[in-house]
Design a binder for this molecule. Structure first.
Ligand code: HEC
Length: 112
């Protein structure tokens, strides 16, 4: 009888781990994703301010709260050379469409 109960406990343990592990993996994935987004946005902070909130008096546009579509369009236009070539057209050249979308969504979600 005893070995059977042990097997029962093991089965239960396996079931419990099986249901917890995916949740842990998911939260680790969410954390990694959040880190990735913040790291990407940090590239913009030197000129546009932390989280896109421009320093008071800065001539550089604040990105926080800018509609994602507007940010996306501006970045694509810089990359395509449709906007006057400035420092931004060089920066935009280094961004993929997916990175632009990630940045545009991130800044749109920030409080101005
Ligand atoms: C070295 C400074 C610098 C960095 C770094 C920088 N920018 Fe810019 N950005 C500017 C300047 C200056 C402008 C104003 C227009 C111009 O000169 O091109 C601008 C303009 C923009 C605009 C257009 C704003 C508008 O109102 O039309 C967007 C969008 C933008 N930047 C996004 C970004 C993103 C996203 C990053 C990070 C990947 C970034 N910038 C990094 C300097 C910078």
């Amino acid at each position: 009888m005893k070995p059977l109960r042990q097997i029962g406990s093991l089965v239960l343990l396996g079931w419990a781990l099986g249901s917890v592990a995916p949740a842990l993996a998911q939260s680790a994935q969410d954390n990694a994703r959040a880190l990735h987004v913040r790291q990407l946005a940090a590239n913009c902070a030197a000129c546009h301010g932390t989280d896109g909130r421009a320093v008071t008096g800065s001539p550089v546009a604040a990105l926080a709260g800018m509609p994602a579509g507007k940010t996306m369009e501006a970045l694509q236009d810089y990359k395509a050379g449709k906007r006057e070539p400035t420092v931004m057209h060089q920066i935009a050249k280094g961004l993929t469409d997916a990175q632009m979308k990630t940045l545009a969504d991130y800044f749109a979600a920030q409080k101005p």
